[in-house]
Design a protein around this ligand. Structure first.
Ligand code: URA
Length: 239
C-alpha cells in the first residue's frame, strides 16, 4: 500500500535532513580546524627545534672557546696578547677561514680587523652580506711572532679546535683564504693558484679556496680572480 506522506511528515523529514546537513557541515569545519591546528603545532615544533639548534651551535662554540682559553699546546700561547677564536653567526651558511691573527687581531681578540680584514669585509659586503651573517676564523688562534708563517707543529696543535668549530657551525660552504688555509683543510701541497676556482670537499662540506685578502693588497690585479671565485660561492649559496 502506497505510503501516504502527510504534510506534517514532510516537514519532519525536511527538519531531519536540515539537521543532518548542519551536523555534517560542523564536522567538516572541525576537521579542518583540527588539521590547521596540527599544522600550526608542526610549525611550532620545527621553529622550537630551530631555536634549540641555534642555541646548541652558540653553546658549542662558547664551550670550544672556553676549552681553549688557557691553551699552551704550542709556544704561541705564551707570546699572544689575546686568543682570536672566531667571530660571526654561529648558524652561518658560509665560513671564511684565514691563516692566523696579525697584530691588530692579537690586540683586539677578533679575526680580520686589520687592513686585510677591511678588504675581506668589503668582499663580504659585495656578496650582499654583512660580517654578522657569516663566520670568520683562522687556522691558528694565536699570532705567530712578526707574522711569520705558521709552523707545522702549531697547525697540528690548533687544528682539532678548528675542526670542532666547523663541525658545530656545519656551514653550507667554507671559503679557505690563502695557501695555509687551503693546504691545511684539504691536506694537499697543491698551490692555491691551482686549487682555486672550483669547489673541493672538506668533510662533506663544499670548500672554495681563493687568494688571501693580504695577497690582494700586494697584488690588486688578483681581485678579479677572487671575484670570480666569490661569484661561484654566491651561486652555490642560492641552492
Ligand atoms: N690574516 C689572517 O689570516 N687572519 C686574520 O685574522 C688577519 C689577517
Amino acid at each position: 500500500m502506497a505510503e501516504i506522506i502527510t504534510e506534517s511528515s514532510q516537514r519532519q523529514l525536511r527538519a531531519e535532513l536540515l539537521a543532518a546537513v548542519k551536523a555534517l557541515k560542523s564536522h567538516v569545519i572541525n576537521q579542518e580546524k583540527y588539521a590547521v591546528g596540527m599544522e600550526w603545532k608542526k610549525v611550532d615544533r620545527v621553529q622550537k627545534n630551530l631555536i634549540v639548534d641555534a642555541r646548541n651551535n652558540e653553546f658549542d662554540l662558547n664551550k670550544i672557546c672556553t676549552d681553549m682559553a688557557g691553551c699552551r699546546l704550542c709556544p704561541l700561547g705564551i707570546t699572544r696578547q689575546n686568543l682570536v677564536f672566531g667571530d660571526g653567526n654561529p648558524q652561518a651558511k658560509i665560513v671564511f677561514v684565514g691563516e692566523a691573527p696579525g697584530a691588530d687581531e692579537d690586540e683586539q681578540g677578533l679575526p680580520f680587523v686589520g687592513r686585510a680584514g677591511q678588504l675581506l669585509t668589503k668582499i663580504i659586503e659585495a656578496m650582499g652580506l654583512g660580517r654578522k651573517d657569516v663566520y670568520i676564523c683562522n687556522i691558528l688562534k694565536c699570532r705567530p711572532p712578526q707574522n711569520r708563517n705558521p709552523l707545522p707543529a702549531e697547525i697540528a696543535a690548533c687544528e682539532p679546535f678548528l675542526k670542532q668549530q666547523l663541525r658545530s657551525i656545519s656551514p653550507q660552504i667554507i671559503c679557505a683564504l690563502g695557501t695555509f688555509a687551503a693546504k691545511t683543510l684539504l691536506k694537499t701541497e697543491v698551490p692555491i693558484s691551482v686549487l682555486r676556482g672550483r669547489f673541493h670537499s672538506y668533510e662533506g662540506i663544499k670548500l672554495m679556496p681563493t687568494y688571501h685578502p693580504a695577497y690582494l693588497l700586494r697584488n690588486p690585479s688578483a681581485k678579479k680572480t677572487v671575484w670570480e671565485d666569490v661569484q661561484l660561492i654566491m651561486k652555490e649559496l642560492q641552492n
